[in-house]
Design a protein around this ligand. Structure first.
Ligand code: CDP
Length: 231
């Protein structure tokens, strides 16, 4: 049984979170999101003309999310270029963010979201979703609400929030459940599960994740307000 977390946190405690809106000059919207040692940056381009033209949708904009983990972001140098994992996370981000955006306000157009992981200690897809959602808001893309995301799971039999890589590699086993949440609609827009978990612990983990997302959502809104009050 996992009784005390490696970094001394409580089971329901997330790592320190920092974020900043408007970090890139050339993007229409941008943000940095850091949770513990995991750092994601996001740049949004659009809504703009959709290329290639054959992928245009007559009634709405197409959302394209790209996720990339830089070679030096992990302990073992990661091979450059998009692998299967990067492509999968790009698709996952599309699902998680797509619901929040008023895509039908922009027929035939495209919205591009690029995220880069510059340092990874688990939870990178969640950090990317949080950074991307801030960057979309900064780009002025109409949204129902900001999407928040965090991973929950089970480590050595205990339900925890915001797993580190060391926890994911726990010798007694770990289950990682990234979730994304739209607070306004009280709706999960992402729920993945990597591993096994008892049904009772799954409900407990999801409830913990929703609480975490609500706290992140407050911080995201604070970061956006800070950006606009300073400019
Ligand atoms: O990052 P996330 O938890 O969303 O996804 P994952 O595929 O479960 O990866 C967990 C962690 O493994 C990453 O955050 C990295 O810290 C690490 N990892 C790595 O060291 N090298 C890779 N090529 C991929 C992931």
């Amino acid at each position: 049984m996992y009784k005390k977390r490696f970094d001394g946190r409580k089971f329901d405690e997330m790592r320190p979170i920092e974020m900043e809106v408007g970090i890139l000059e050339q993007a229409d919207g941008s943000a940095r999101f850091q949770i513990g040692k995991t750092i994601a940056i996001a740049g949004v381009y659009g809504p703009k003309e959709m290329h290639p033209r054959r992928l245009r949708k007559p009634d709405r904009a197409v959302l394209k999310c790209k996720y990339n983990m830089l070679s030096f972001s992990v302990t073992d140098r990661k091979r450059m270029g998009p692998g299967r994992r990067d492509k999968e996370i790009g698709l996952v981000m599309n699902f998680a963010l797509g619901k929040s955006i008023m895509l039908d306000d922009f027929p035939k157009m495209g919205v591009e979201v690029h995220t880069e992981i510059i340092q990874a200690d688990s939870g990178t897809r969640c950090a990317s979703i949080c950074a991307a959602s801030l960057a979309l808001a900064h780009a002025g893309v109409p949204m129902r609400d900001i999407v928040s995301s965090v991973a929950v799971g089970e480590v050595g039999g205990s339900v925890v929030i915001d797993l580190t890589k060391k926890e994911e590699d726990h010798p007694d086993g770990a289950t990682d459940i990234p979730i994304a949440y739209l607070p306004k609609d009280d709706e999960l827009t992402l729920l993945q599960l990597d591993g096994k978990i008892k049904p009772a612990n799954l409900s407990k983990a999801i409830a913990l994740g929703i609480e975490g997302c609500k706290r992140i959502s407050d911080l995201q809104k604070k970061a956006l307000r800070k950006k606009y009050s300073s400019s």
